[in-house]
Design a protein around this ligand. Structure first.
Ligand SMILES: [Zn+2]
Length: 101
């Protein structure tokens, strides 16, 4: 061992391997596949929910409601969540009553 009188600072570059799951959003780094999948499903659902409320969409919900479909079944067809479908259904009924549909 070389005798030293002064300490010397050593700098090392260390390579770190990080793994994460991506959902396509460059700002997201999900730790698990499950969370990334959930994120993808959520953003898809939000996009669908934000789609314009068209007469066609509302009439389709009214038809399904009249046919005895549950909110979950209507949500599966519509693409939005159950609460959104419930909200849209109320809107559809209102428009129907007011003669707007
Ligand atoms: Zn994400």
């Amino acid at each position: 061992m070389k005798e030293m009188t002064e300490p010397v600072m050593i700098e090392e570059i260390i390579e770190v391997k990080k793994t994460y799951w991506t959902c396509g959003n460059p700002l997201h780094r999900h730790r698990t596949q499950f969370v990334a999948l959930f994120c993808i499903r959520e953003s898809t659902r939000k996009k669908i929910e934000q789609q314009p409320v068209t007469d066609k969409r509302l009439l389709s919900l009214l038809e399904m409601h009249a046919a005895g479909k549950t909110l979950a079944e209507m949500a599966a067809v519509d693409g939005g969540g159950r609460s959104r479908v419930h909200q849209l259904l109320k809107e559809a009924k209102r428009r129907k009553v007011e003669g707007l549909l």
